[in-house]
Design a protein around this ligand. Structure first.
Ligand code: NOJ
Length: 521
């Protein structure tokens, strides 16, 4: 295990919207450097930077046109190197976003592959040998592109139509005329090309990658055994050349991703995770209405956690650039309880920029760069009460995405001044986590009380010697359960308190508590 991940707390930066240092209306690397102390001061010691590479930006940079060049709007490669250095100077780490499943259709590899004449890139993407062939329905292919050039073939896409899939081969081959095996020359060449990209940034000083759609690489791969073997090979390469490199997958199936060699996998809003029931639905568990359900999520979490415990980590993020923000469904007091939950789970927590302020999801913004409803979670960071909330000196109409127009919008400045802000709760929770080893990434979690549509949620973090009981009661009603241990010092308390009487532990309404356990019977 990469040592620093054990007590890492990540801050996700969407570079477009964090801080604009040159008044062009869009965030940039220098802006990030200028605000690293803010992130450090909050207590985060690691950064995940969304894609910052050359791109036509039809999917906010997840459509890369040059893997080895920083997009000019963010700065230069030298600026990114400076960011790595500034991060390291502060004792922090930084992960870049690797998008290995597809490129932009403007990538030079794709332009070469469009040519009817055979060339070294003809097999770099998932091409058929027949223009009329539709790839919709082929495992891990989202659709097909046809008629873009005189090459007689159609090409698979991975997400949007402008994102052709790179070719790592097919696990099950039912049309051998065009489906290549995973060990074909072309599939192996793609693999080496991506290793080369990883090598490029790791040599420059980045600490690892968050990997986009990590489970999507090998096609027609029903149990993802082909993709798992592929990632094992990537890990072998890293172990040989960059053993410290950290790898975190956007996969959502930890039983597969951790076996593939990833250190950590995200539990997300897709697949069977039940994640949205916690804080992204009409009746979220974290609402004080107290009618939501956490059990389906916890059952899935346990199913993933139990077989993988010790072999890797699972992370539940506060949100990200693809999800609606917490504040769409929950108010500040409810969000504080969400953070007590997130910051007491195993795995390295991820805080999406602005979630620490309770920044709002903007319902009515027009889609920008392929964001569609996701655009509402990507608005500029709100720093203070100066022009454009301190994000940029550009004219308001030149901003990449408009600022939250609400006069009452949260800002860093207000949050720092108000001791009751979400920011101060998050900071306090990170501080407590950082000085309590059993609350960090690796100590075990045992669920103590988690029933169908019931409150509170109770779990224990333990290393066998020390244990902390975490009690989470978002509901407006006091709620309790049978408990037979004896309790010690309170490490954290937000809201009311606890009562342990005749074997029943009752948690006050809207309360989160971390408390040491003296004995567990
Ligand atoms: C997942 C990324 O998080 C998302 O923003 C992107 O649109 C797709 N993958 C495609 O790369």
């Amino acid at each position: 295990m990469t040592e620093w991940l054990k007590n890492a707390v990540f801050y996700e930066i969407y570079p477009q919207s964090f801080a604009d240092s040159n008044a062009d209306g869009i965030g940039d690397i220098q802006g990030i450097i200028e605000h690293l102390d803010y992130i450090r001061e909050l207590g985060c010691n690691a950064v995940w930077l969304n894609p910052c590479f050359a791109s036509p930006f039809l999917d906010a940079g997840y459509d890369v046109s040059d893997y080895k060049r920083v997009a000019p709007r963010y700065g230069t490669n030298a600026d990114l190197k400076r960011l790595f250095d500034e991060v390291h100077k502060r004792g922090m780490h930084i992960m870049l976003d690797l998008v290995p499943g597809h490129t932009s259709w403007e990538h030079p590899w794709f332009k070469e592959s469009l040519k009817p004449e055979k060339n070294p890139y003809s097999g770099r993407y998932v091409w058929t040998n027949n223009t009329w062939k539709d790839l919709t329905g082929v495992g891990h292919v989202s659709g097909s592109l046809r008629g873009l050039s005189d090459r007689n073939g159609s090409v698979g896409t991975n997400f949007y139509s402008h994102q052709p899939c790179l070719n790592y081969g097919f696990y099950e081959i039912d049309e051998p005329d065009w489906q290549q095996p995973v060990d074909s020359e072309d599939a192996l060449a793609t693999r080496e090309a991506i290793k080369d990209v990883m090598r490029f940034w790791l040599q420059m000083g980045c600490d690892g990658f968050r990997v986009d759609m990590a489970g999507s690489l090998v096609k027609n791969d029903p149990d993802q055994e082909g993709t798992i073997a592929l990632w094992q090979d990537f890990r072998k390469f890293l172990d040989e050349e960059f053993p410290e490199a950290a790898m975190i997958s956007e996969w959502g199936q930890p039983d597969r991703s951790l076996r593939s060699g990833f250190h950590m996998d995200f539990m997300l809003h897709f697949g069977p995770s039940h994640y949205t029931a916690l804080y992204h639905e009409d009746d979220p568990y974290f609402s004080r209405k107290g009618t939501g359900d956490a059990k389906a999520f916890i059952d899935y979490y346990k199913m993933c956690y139990e077989p993988t415990n010790g072999k890797g980590m699972i992370c539940v993020p506060s949100g990200n650039h693809d999800m609606v923000r917490l504040s769409r469904y929950l108010d500040d007091e409810e969000i504080k309880i969400v953070f007590a939950f997130l910051l007491s789970l195993p795995g390295a927590p991820f805080i999406y920029y602005g979630d620490e302020l309770g920044m709002r999801y903007l319902d009515s913004v027009v889609s920008v760069e392929g964001g569609y409803p996701r655009t509402g979670s990507r608005s500029p960071m709100q720093w203070d009460d100066s022009l454009n909330a301190g994000f940029s000196q550009a004219k308001a109409e030149e901003l990449y995405i408009p600022i939250d127009p609400d006069a009452d919008r949260p800002t860093v400045k207000k949050a720092l001044e108000d001791k009751a802000s979400v920011y101060h709760t998050v900071k306090e929770l990170i501080r407590i986590r950082q000085c309590t080893p059993v609350l960090q990434s690796e100590a075990k979690i045992e669920f103590v009380f988690c029933e169908d549509h019931a409150y509170p949620l109770a779990y224990r973090r333990t290393d066998g010697k020390n244990s902390v009981l975490v009690l989470i009661n978002p509901s407006q009603k006091a709620s309790g359960f049978s408990y037979e241990g004896s309790l010690g010092a309170v490490l954290y308390q937000n809201g009311g308190g606890l009562k342990l009487e005749e074997g029943k532990l009752t948690v006050s309404p809207a309360t989160a508590v971390f408390i040491k356990e003296e004995t567990v019977r």
